[in-house]
Design a protein around this ligand. Structure first.
Ligand SMILES: [Zn+2]
Length: 456
């Protein structure tokens, strides 16, 4: 009997060690539960991460990508090691029952299911409180990090309110105008979208600077800067895809780490939302090369957040997606294979390569420079044919076709799809996010964590 008890206890101790705190997942062993719950550290910091469009196929493809070919088993990704459940993503829209990023982010930020395109307003267009705002009210520091424009749907839904996601200028205005207890509500903003902050009608950068914020535009400045209130905008619109980035553009990991370093100086803690925005954009384009580029960028940022949480012990990290995109399939056309290797041969995205083809007028040479594969005569010919149109989109399409065929990737749509998405997590309170969640549960649990400092 004694021996049996010990056996059931061990996995719990292990799990508690992994999660950094309590795990009250249904257990018959009451002893183990009480013991671990009492030890659960206070939740001071929350890092909520959204892989936009990172559906289950995308994270499975990442596993193929990370696989060590010298072993028979498939190695786990960083996400796999922290898998805790999945969530439903549907929105509350009169015409559509598959969500867009705005309605999904509103659900995760406020706990309200709303119509597609809504930025933290409910079905009646009434503004509803976000977890970022609750964190600020509680005296915590706050941050938004994204590879899209900072005023794009996902970061917008955490830091602004608008009946329509298309109003990206007004969303940027909200970041400045909407104050909490007389203070700006977002301390650190790192991402893209300068054109929404520097406009003919308004210069939000000057206004933020006047109020004590540092403004930076390069990775070098990000590294050198020491300010705790920081606006970093690294591109006019969205950031370039990870594999197309110049040295002056930070990675999502760079931005995440820089945000955490600053926010963590607040003893009351922080709330940070990090978005890998362009996994979705790549999938809308049915571009598997860019999909992998952006998913890897997001995985590295997630790993950095986990590293911080492990040392800190008071940080809850949750990563999930808002929906899946593109109908991306791992394998296609009756072929029981999916290959990451040919995709790793791409040094730049098809869009970048197509631009170069148009500029340099030498298809063969450009393909050789940027794709480390021995392409067949037919493959080269297909791109040459597209190049005669001088249409970058058509050239890009011919290159994407090669990537799809070589990797055996399938696509069913240029839009979103409605399947459940995975949830990953680590830290005190993580058990609350396990199993099957609705996207609104993310907000409900985070509000509770902010108000009570614990999740039971
Ligand atoms: Zn999308």
């Amino acid at each position: 009997m004694k021996q049996k008890k010990l056996k059931t206890l061990i996995p719990f101790v292990l799990l508690a060690a992994i999660s950094g705190g309590s795990l009250s997942i249904s257990s018959t062993n009451g002893e183990a539960r009480t013991e671990t719950t009492n030890k659960q550290p206070e939740i001071r910091n929350i890092i909520f991460m959204v892989g936009d469009g990172m559906g289950p196929s995308t994270t499975t493809a990442l596993r193929y990508w990370r696989d060590n070919h010298h072993t028979r088993t498939m190695e786990k990704t960083t996400f796999d090691r922290y898998f805790i459940g999945k969530q439903m993503t549907y929105s509350n829209d009169s015409k559509e029952n598959i969500t867009d990023s705005a309605a999904a982010a509103t659900a995760m930020a406020t706990g309200y299911k709303t119509y597609n395109a809504a930025i933290s307003v409910d079905r009646n267009k009434k503004e509803v409180k976000t977890v970022l705002e609750a964190a600020k009210s509680a005296g915590k520091s706050t941050g938004l990090v994204s590879t899209s424009e900072l005023s794009h749907a996902t970061p917008g839904s955490y830091g602004a309110h608008d009946p329509d996601r298309k109003h990206m200028d007004s969303i940027a205005n909200d970041f400045y105008d909407e104050k909490i207890n007389g203070h700006h509500k977002i301390d650190v903003m790192l991402g893209g979208g300068r054109s929404n902050f520097i406009r003919k009608d308004r210069h939000l950068v000057t206004q933020f600077k006047k109020d004590g914020y540092s403004y930076i535009t390069t990775k070098q400045q990000l590294t050198a800067n020491r300010s705790n209130q920081l606006l970093g905008i690294f591109s006019k619109e969205g950031l370039p895809k990870m594999i197309d980035r110049e040295k002056s553009v930070p990675s999502l990991k760079d931005m995440t780490t820089a945000a955490v370093e600053r926010l963590a100086t607040n003893k009351k803690g922080f709330f940070l939302m990090v978005e890998g925005s362009q996994i979705d954009w790549a999938e809308h384009d049915n571009d598997v090369v860019s999909t992998m580029s952006e998913t890897r960028d997001f995985e590295r940022a997630f790993a950095a957040a986990i590293d911080f949480a492990k040392k800190d012990k008071h940080t809850l990290v949750i990563a999930t997606a808002d929906h899946a995109t593109g109908g991306f399939t791992v394998g296609a056309n009756g072929n029981y294979n999916w290959f990451a290797q040919p995709l790793k041969a791409f040094k730049r995205t098809p869009a970048f390569i197509s631009q170069k083809i148009n500029e340099e007028n030498n298809v063969k040479k450009v393909l050789k420079t940027y794709i480390d594969l021995s392409l067949t005569h037919t493959e080269i010919q297909s791109v040459e044919q597209a190049a005669t149109t001088k249409d970058v989109k058509k050239i890009s399409k011919s290159i994407k076709k090669i990537a799809d065929a070589r990797s055996v990737t399938g696509w069913t749509t240029s839009g979103h799809t409605g399947e459940d998405v995975n949830v990953y997590g680590y830290g005190p309170g993580v058990q609350k996010f396990s199993g099957l969640l609705d996207n609104t549960d993310q907000a409900k649990h985070i509000f509770e964590a902010i108000h009570k400092g614990r999740l039971r």
